[in-house]
Design a protein around this ligand. Structure first.
Ligand SMILES: O=C[C@H](O)COP(=O)(O)O
Length: 251
């Protein structure tokens, strides 16, 4: 399982760089613009220049509306700025067909510019609270649009977590569906260390985290702490060893 950490700017990205050996993907976002809030192109570029070259930089394109042209142009902005994972939060899409239409436009915009970039179609575990597309529709949206990964995050950061909205057995189905069509499965949403056992067992490819590696577990007021990134990775590794040995690690 890969560890994706979401700094909110250059300063936090440099703190991520201090813990670079413990993480896999640096995900640029702007939390004050939403769960998958988009940051400025120059911030993506600065972060790309500031962190180790072997660490992929991801960028969120936003909690986007059902406007394929607008979103495709924003996605191109992210990839031109140096991101190689492009995450789109399908906030304004109420049907799978709308999600597919937006993601097809994004895939074309991104891959025309940089074929090896990975496109991530993200939905929301708490979709029922915001009226957007059902979480289990995301793997099919990813597959039918040519995106590389299906993801879930939570839209409303109110302390509820991924498993409060989509329990582990449903997340397992999400992962199974993504894998059945050759996509990666990424999961996030106030994930804590205690969630890593189930996330490991169901075969999650990427876990996305912010709050759990911020001071005080606070994704807004707290800052990312390199020692918390290291501790989170240590628990991921412990769970992975337990899973490989057929002896699930106890929390
Ligand atoms: O992409 C991952 C998100 O930034 C997760 O943030 P969170 O752990 O604070 O919910």
């Amino acid at each position: 399982m890969l560890l994706l950490i979401s700094p909110d700017g250059v300063e936090e990205a440099l703190d991520c760089a201090k813990a670079a050996e413990h993480l896999d993907i640096i995900d640029v976002k702007k939390p004050d613009e939403g769960s998958l809030g988009a940051n400025f192109p120059w911030i993506i570029r600065e972060i790309r220049d500031a962190v180790p070259a072997d660490k992929p930089v991801s960028a969120t394109v936003g909690d986007v509306p059902y406007k394929p042209g607008t979103v495709a142009q924003a996605a191109l902005g992210a990839v031109v700025s140096g991101a190689t994972y492009i995450k789109v939060g399908l906030y304004g899409c109420t049907t799978p067909d709308q999600g597919i239409e937006v993601m097809r436009a994004v895939v074309r915009a991104v891959k025309d510019h940089r074929p090896e970039a990975l496109v991530v179609a993200s939905g929301y575990a708490d979709a029922h609270r915001i009226g957007c597309v059902n979480p289990l529709a995301l793997p099919d949206i990813a597959a039918r649009s040519g995106a590389d990964a299906a993801m879930l995050d939570t839209a409303i950061k109110d302390g509820t977590r991924l498993f409060d909205h989509v329990p582990p057995d449903v997340c397992a189905e999400f992962v199974r569906l993504a894998h059945a069509s050759g996509r990666l499965a990424a999961l996030a949403g106030s994930v804590k260390q205690t969630d890593l056992g189930p996330l490991t067992r169901i075969g999650t490819d990427i876990v996305g985290v912010r709050g759990a590696v911020c001071e005080g577990g606070d994704r807004n007021a707290g800052r990312i702490q390199p020692h918390l990134v290291a501790a989170f990775r240590a628990e991921m590794d412990r769970q992975a060893r337990g899973h490989a040995a057929g002896v699930p690690a106890v929390n």
